[in-house]
Design a protein around this ligand. Structure first.
Ligand code: SF4
Length: 320
């Protein structure tokens, strides 16, 4: 990331280039990266904690501590940015309203950091979208939150954000549900899509164009239950409609991640040691011919050592 930013800067610095980055995982942030962005206009800086409690971040295998997040925010404000955008998701498996409340609490803590450097000019924009357990991820076995659960979580956020100085944006949960149906569906969904289209559904991702009635009518016409696709837990041995699509990462690797996540364990960052996810054999040919020096994976951890993430591996975030 840093090499990329520096190269783009170097090449285009005399053309008044302003560069901003998409949301960043906190653990990829560094003072050097911020310095590399230093000459650009300091618009909003987007960070993606994705979940607001350490427990939930462990569950989604994106562990960073609150203190890491706050110290990164501090660095960003200190270096001249006065706006931070925080990106979260609601609807993670086993999430409670306490975890949702934590989104506001953590965002307020970030705002307090900003005010230390920019007083009332400091801004924190909070973006919230609905978690959709997507195929080819460890969460493909997980049910998605129901509409009423998501609406209750959004209601809490909207209530708690009042008077806080935070700006809150969120995705329409109905549209997330549609995304869930389409991304987790099987071939029978083609009937639903055709029917919805005939009923006028065309640009449903455009604001104000979502036609829920057309989709529900499509499910009814096809004799299908939409809940079957989004809200049921899936058996570990279930054959998924997308299993025949080879995305390189093996299903058993994803399953291992899912089971670890259920136990509250985090898989070690595989840049330290390899867990044989499946991409090495898949891309053997590409790796043999590429000149890219970063296209390397470390040695594979023997199978009998896997499954004990906490006690035999290096810490993900070693102490400085
Ligand atoms: S190190 Fe490479 S092959 Fe090993 S688990 Fe990570 S991405 Fe997969």
């Amino acid at each position: 990331m840093q090499a990329l930013v520096e190269t783009v800067q170097e090449r285009f610095q005399d053309r008044g280039l302003s560069m901003s980055l998409p949301s960043l995982r906190i653990e990829t942030m560094s003072a050097n990266l911020m310095d590399a962005l230093g000459d650009t206009r300091r618009n909003g800086f987007t960070l993606a904690p994705e979940a607001a409690t350490e427990k939930m971040r462990t569950l989604i295998n994106k562990y960073v501590s609150d203190e890491q997040l706050l110290s990164t925010a501090r660095e960003i404000f200190q270096r001249g940015w006065n706006t931070i955008k925080l990106y979260f998701m609601i609807g993670h498996p086993s999430e409670t309203l306490v975890d949702v409340q934590a989104i506001i609490d953590l965002s307020k803590a970030v705002l307090r950091e900003g005010r230390r450097f920019h007083n009332n000019k400091a801004k924190v924009n909070v973006g919230v979208s609905t978690f959709i357990p997507k195929p080819h991820t460890p969460f493909q076995w997980s049910p998605m939150d129901r509409l009423d659960q998501i609406q209750a979580k959004l209601a809490l956020l909207r209530q708690e954000v009042r008077g806080s100085g935070l700006q809150l944006r969120w995705n329409d949960p109905h549209e997330s549900l549609l995304e869930g149906w389409l991304s987790r569906g099987d071939r029978r969904l083609s009937l639903v899509i055709e029917h919805a289209w005939r009923q006028g559904a065309k640009f449903d991702a455009w604001q104000g164009h979502y036609r829920q009635h057309a989709w529900l009518a499509g499910f009814a016409a096809a004799g299908l239950d939409p809940e079957f696709y989004t809200h049921r837990p899936r058996a570990l041995e279930e054959v998924f409609p997308w299993d025949h699509i080879d995305a390189a990462v093996k299903k058993k690797f994803l399953l291992e991640d899912w089971l670890w996540s259920q136990r509250g364990d985090t898989r070690e960052d595989c840049r330290n040691q390899c867990f044989a996810c499946g991409i090495l054999p898949k891309f053997a040919q590409t790796r043999a011919t590429t000149a890219e020096p970063d296209w390397e994976c470390p040695p594979v951890v023997p199978k009998h050592l896997r499954g004990k993430p906490a006690d035999h591996i290096l810490p993900l975030h070693p102490a400085p």
